[in-house]
Design a protein around this ligand. Structure first.
Ligand code: NDP
Ligand code: OXD
Length: 307
């Protein structure tokens, strides 16, 4: 019943300590060369290891991240359950990043950075938070966490998901048919969707055109959500007044890609949030306990939905 960790070497001692303290009966290994492949019941990894098919008795495949789109569906063991990372540290770091980006867009920081580069000292019209509409695509662990963090600033909040939410303190939209209505009221749009067949390319020319003129964008989902040419066109035409882009296709972008040098873009190397070793170990231990007891595991992926 081994738990095999395929991750950064520095995670090893942290997991070892956590298992020794909280689940001493659980065999733990980081070494595919010495582990008995038939004993591997649990595997935690970011990408699928090449020897995956040796683990014939694998029961749960844990992603070290919130996303599972890095796992090619056709290579996944058909019987293993798939669990993505759900832990509060990951959500809290995303709350920090998106709050920082939304406030920066709200207070026209991309425009002021451009003005500064021209030594242009010129105040732009101020707009209070209660007159700014912020919309979040994806209302899961990340999206819901971000909305909670934005609430105290008094923005007018809205959210879009696959299934309709019932909340009193924001406008909720659901499904493809309500997407244009949702987008038309987003002065700042935050993308926190998983990448699936349904969401690939969702930040399209049509979507950007549906936003109010001069909207801001925070793209922290996956690079595959955005049509990058449509994104550039929207920035160049002023349809988008500024963007924080944390995820791209490919990562990193080629050195000559226009997004690197765009005056209205703040580009970060996929750091909106990240999983830390200790909470990841604790999340794994909690899930193994639940799995052994036949209880539902937080982060269990519905393979038919793709997230
Ligand atoms: P969840 O699975 O908890 O939430 C996904 C949300 O997206 C749900 O609200 C779901 O709707 C909605 N959704 C899925 N498909 C559609 C669709 N076709 N149309 C409308 N809404 C849809 O995921 P998390 O919140 O934990 O993570 C979301 C994503 O954030 C990750 O998959 C990853 O891409 C990204 N991420 C990026 C990081 C970074 O550093 N840049 C770090 C961590 C995550 P419903 O509620 O109806 O099911
Ligand atoms: C994740 C990520 O999916 O860091 O956790 O992108």
């Amino acid at each position: 019943m081994t738990f095999l960790l395929n991750a950064w070497p520095e995670w090893g001692p942290i997991f070892q300590t956590a298992f020794a303290r909280h689940m001493p009966d659980q065999p733990f290994s980081m070494d595919p060369a010495t582990v008995d492949p038939d004993s591997v019941r649990y595997l935690m990894t970011w990408t699928l290891p090449k020897e995956l098919e040796r683990y014939r008795n694998l029961e749960v495949l844990f992603s070290t991240g919130a996303g599972i789109d890095q796992f090619p569906p056709n290579l996944l063991p058909p019987k293993a359950q798939l669990v993505r990372m759900v832990e509060t540290g990951l959500t809290r770091m995303m709350q920090e990043f998106v709050t920082m980006a939304v406030l920066a867009l709200h207070r026209d920081i991309p425009a002021y950075l451009e003005q500064q580069s021209r030594r242009d000292w010129r105040p732009l019209p101020l707009r209070p938070a209660w007159e700014r509409r912020v919309g979040v695509m994806g209302l899961g662990e990340m999206g819901a966490g971000v909305l909670e963090a934005l609430r105290p600033f008094g923005f007018s909040l809205r959210g879009w998901s696959r299934s309709l939410r019932e909340t009193e303190d924001m406008l909720c939209f659901a499904g493809q048919e309500e997407l244009p209505a949702f987008l038309s009221g987003c002065d700042i749009l935050v993308c926190l969707l998983p990448l699936t067949d349904q969401t690939r390319g969702i930040l399209s020319a049509e979507a950007f055109a549906a936003l109010p003129k001069g909207a801001g964008l925070v793209q922290a989902g996956r690079g595959g959500h955005a049509d990058q040419q449509a994104l550039l066109d929207a920035l160049n035409s002023g349809q988008l007044s500024g963007a924080f882009i944390d995820v791209t296709t490919p990562e990193p972008l080629p050195a000559d890609h226009p997004l690197w040098a765009h005056p209205r873009v703040i580009l970060t190397p996929h750091i909106a949030s990240d999983t830390l070793a200790e909470p990841a170990a604790l999340a794994a231990i909690d899930n193994i306990r639940r799995h052994r007891a036949g209880q539902p595991m937080p982060g269990l992926v519905d393979r038919t939905r793709g997230y």
